[in-house]
Structures are given as structure tokens and as C-alpha cells.
Write a new protein. Structure first.
Length: 317
């Protein structure tokens, strides 16, 4: 029996023979049908794991998928973004095996999953991220408070120009703050709204980008812009501001150390979610991600790995 997404139902967690690629893929698949992989030249993988969700995590998830293919050639992991909410919704529909999320799941999502599927959502921490605040390199500002971010981004906020913060831009036309944000299905959007805006609504008129990379790219090309995105997307074409919890308190940069200690006030966990207790190929993949081999890729992608005491033992690539 085949699900709409192309996955075969049979065995735990609906891991199928040839899944339909939902976006970025770790490999090109050929053939169709369920069952064991065929042998001989050009044969496809025996097992396909569908993985979708957080755009913040999509590059990291793709790195994991490519590296794991070298460890387990018979397993292909198909990776797609779309946002944390999109991945969680796909998990509840049975369209994916693993959902990536850069925010905590909401109580109503956990309840809905239980009601629709009869299973509990199991959540695994696979790394940590700091939500960096980016400005154009020409902006003389060096640090900002959560209060000021709220006044910039939230409905009714009183800060709309850099001069409101005492900042003199290189040209008067750059004084108006250009707000760069994320689409509402993004876990980054939800987390920033909760942590920086204290759950207030966003002002209308921001530039809402589909991906984390696009936020950084727009800020890099717009002198009056400010945006927020994962620390792993930093480039030399933008400046990262230090962030203070409130005025008069120390401001911290989104470094690995400040993220682990949570001194940086906009730090978060990176999560992978499954329905029920994982088993078989899905459990093996999650164990590998949480091993030294998988966690090396977390650091290589600019995020913060989980502590060694929380890691699993799995085969090295």
C-alpha cells in the first residue's frame, strides 16, 4: 500500500522503498514499488526516509543526509524545508517520517497529533542555535536590547528610524529602518515573536522572506535593513549585533559558548520529531545524528552540538 507522498506503509514509521522527493534530496531515485531493493547496476536504495521542516535546519539536514549515505548506502534521506510548521503538519498527515523544528512544539500541535494518529510525538534535541540579529556592515550600531527589537518589530512599536536609537547613518535616505522578517509558518518567526516581541504581533510592512539565507542576503544589500536569522547563516557581508536582555545589562554575541550557557538571550534548541517511539532505519538515523559523527556536522554548519554526555554511540562515517 502506498501513501500519497509515495511512501509504502508496512513496518514501523512508514519507511518506504521509493519516496517522492519533497525538495532537496540526498540522492536521485529510480524505479517504483515497495519491497527490498533490486540488485545490480543502477539499483536504488532499499529504504527512503522522508525529512521535512525548518528552513534554519535545511542545510544541516542535507549535510547529515549526504554523510549518512556514505555510512549506509542502502538508506536515502530525502530533505525539504518549508518551515517548522510545515514539517510538523506533514508529520501529522503521515507524509514524512521526521519533522525538523527550530521551535518547541505547541501544546495544540501535540494534542492534534495524539488525536489524529493515536501516537505521541517524540522530540529529540539534535543541536542548538542562536538567532542572530543582522544589520548592514555600514551601520555603526554595535548592540541592541530585546526591548528595542520589540519596539522595532511589534505592532505599536515606537522605533521606526535608526535616529530613534541615536544612530547616524551614512546618508539620510538610510535612516528609515527596513524590517526583514520570516514567513509566519517559520519556526524562526515563532521563536523571535515569543522571545523578542513577548508574543505581540508583528507590524505590517516588513519584508517576509521564505528562507534564512534570503534574510541575510537582503540585509547585506540594504543599508537601512535589520533582520534575524540563524547564526549558521552569517556571512562577511553583514554585521551581527550583540544583544542584551534589557538596557543596562551586558550585551552578548551569538557565539558557541554564549549559546550553550544561554547568556545570549535569543538561543534555542534544534529538534527532530517523530510519531511514536522510533525504530528500525529511523532510530538508526537519529542515533547517528546524535553521535559524535553527526554532531561534528552540527558544528561545521555553524550551530552548537549537544554535549558529549548526551550523545549516542553510532558507527563513524
Amino acid at each position: 500500500m502506498r501513501e500519497p507522498g509515495g511512501m509504502c506503509i508496512g513496518g514501523l514509521n512508514r519507511v518506504g522503498r521509493h519516496g517522492l522527493a519533497l525538495g532537496l534530496s540526498a540522492a536521485l531515485l529510480v524505479g517504483s514499488g515497495c519491497g527490498p531493493a533490486s540488485s545490480g547496476p543502477g539499483a536504488g536504495p532499499a529504504t527512503v526516509i522522508q525529512n521535512r521542516g525548518s528552513d534554519t535546519m535545511v542545510n544541516l539536514a542535507q549535510s547529515w543526509a549526504e554523510a549518512y549515505r556514505k555510512v549506509r548506502p542502502e538508506v536515502s534521506v530525502e530533505v525539504a524545508g518549508g518551515g517548522s510548521g510545515v514539517g510538523i503538519a506533514a508529520l501529522m498527515r503521515g507524509a514524512v517520517d521526521i519533522a525538523n523544528s527550530s521551535r518547541d512544539l505547541k501544546p495544540k500541535e501535540l494534542e492534534e497529533a495524539r488525536a489524529v494518529t493515536g501516537k505521541e510525538v517524540r522530540v529529540f534535541v539534535v543541536g542548538y542555535d542562536a538567532l542572530a540579529v543582522y544589520v548592514h556592515p555600514s551601520n555603526p550600531l554595535q548592540e541592541i536590547t530585546l526591548e528595542q527589537l520589540e519596539e522595532i518589530y511589534a505592532v505599536g512599536g515606537r522605533i521606526s528610524r535608526w535616529s530613534d536609537l541615536g544612530v547616524q547613518m551614512s546618508h539620510p535616505r538610510y535612516d528609515r529602518i527596513i524590517r526583514v522578517s520570516r514567513q509566519s509558518s517559520s519556526g524562526t518567526y515563532e521563536f523571535f515573536r515569543e522571545r523578542a516581541l513577548r508574543n505581540r504581533d508583528f507590524k505590517l510592512g516588513s519584508n517576509d522572506m521564505n528562507g534564512s539565507k534570503e534574510v541575510v542576503e537582503l540585509v547585506a544589500s540594504t543599508p537601512g535593513a535589520i533582520g534575524y536569522s540563524g547564526m549558521g547563516y552569517a556571512t562577511g557581508r553583514v554585521k551581527i549585533l550583540r544583544v542584551a536582555l534589557r538596557a543596562g545589562e551586558p550585551a552578548y554575541a551569538p557565539t558557541l559558548e554564549n549559546t550553550v550557557t544561554r547568556r545570549y538571550p535569543i538561543a534555542r534548541s534544534l529538534l527532530m520529531c517523530v510519531l511514536g517511539e522510533p525504530a528500525g532505519a529511523i532510530k538508526a538515523y537519529l542515533d547517528w545524528i546524535r553521535s559524535d559523527a553527526g554532531q561534528r556536522l552540527v558544528e561545521e554548519n555553524g550551530f552548537v552540538p549537544i554535549p558529549p554526555t548526551e550523545r549516542t554511540s553510532a558507527n563513524e562515517p
